[in-house]
Design a protein around this ligand. Structure first.
Ligand SMILES: N[C@@H](CCC[C@H](N)C(=O)O)C(=O)O
Length: 257
């Protein structure tokens, strides 16, 4: 995360790829630039490691919110993204709750290339028929319920679904198994990033998809490789609560030309 509220800082796609590169750059799953906002406490710009600019990132929202909560000593802060304004609240013990807004369920808004029932549709990948759900949390998600998420072929199937013609802007892909009505196990292939330890917007999309299918209640714990997120569906909105931890804070010197 780069703080550009006092000093103008803008990265193009090439620079974002260089910074995100784990061998030659700093290395990250998303590159975040915190900018000034006249409508919220700050604006958050999000880029994937492939350089693409995206609409949402649940994990980064919690992290940026944590910095702003500590800085302002307020109980709530607002964060603007290209998809809208998010309200983030201190949940105690370093955790943050984010109102991730209302999920988008229409195929046109996900967006998908053709009319499907987003609750349950068939995706054909190399001749194999898969049953999936689609949800947008500002960014697109394709959720697959599987018997055992730990055994799911995330690395091979993930990129094929990410780039499937049914998703003209590509998609994030979640592989999910239901442990019980209040507990899910999820692994993720992220658009423009690949396999990551966790995806906050993916966990929100998964909770929505599971609830629509009648698999879970309106509150679930979702176990990701990087930790557990609590997701609550209330009044048409999705609330995500999860931990934050500061790994490093300081100054980097690098050539932005
Ligand atoms: N790869 C995503 C953007 C990042 C999502 C993020 N990891 C999260 O926590 O929500 C995309 O391309 O939409």
């Amino acid at each position: 995360m780069f703080d550009a509220r006092k000093q103008r800082l803008a990265f193009d796609a090439t620079q974002a790829r260089q910074i995100a590169d784990r061998r030659r750059g700093i290395g990250c799953d998303q590159l975040i630039v915190i900018e000034p906002s006249s409508d919220a406490d700050a604006f958050m710009r999000i880029r994937n490691p492939d350089g693409s600019e995206v609409e949402a990132c649940g994990n980064a929202t919690r992290c940026v919110a944590r910095l702003l909560l500590d800085e302002t000593r307020k109980q709530k802060v607002t964060l603007q993204t290209v998809a809208g304004i998010l309200v983030c609240e201190d949940a105690g013990g370093g955790a943050v709750t984010v109102d991730m807004g209302a999920p988008e369920l229409s195929w046109e808004r996900i967006p998908m290339a053709e009319a499907v029932d987003t609750n349950r549709f068939t995706l054909t990948v190399e001749g194999e028929s898969l049953t999936a759900s689609a949800v947008s949390m500002g960014n697109p998600h394709c959720v697959l319920f599987v018997d055992d998420a730990d055994a799911a072929p995330v690395a091979t199937l993930g990129p094929k679904i990410e780039n499937h013609p049914l998703f003209p802007r590509r998609t994030n892909v979640e592989f999910v198994s239901v442990r019980d009505k209040g507990y899910l196990r999820m692994r993720v292939w992220e658009r423009g990033a690949g396999i990551t330890q966790a995806c906050g917007s993916g966990a929100c999309a998964t909770a929505v998809a599971a609830f629509r299918r009648g698999l879970t209640r309106d509150h679930v714990e979702i176990e990701l490789d990087g930790g557990v997120l609590s997701i609550t569906l209330k009044d048409g909105h999705v609330f995500m609560t999860g931990a934050t931890a500061l790994a490093y804070s300081g100054t980097f010197a690098f050539d932005t030309k």
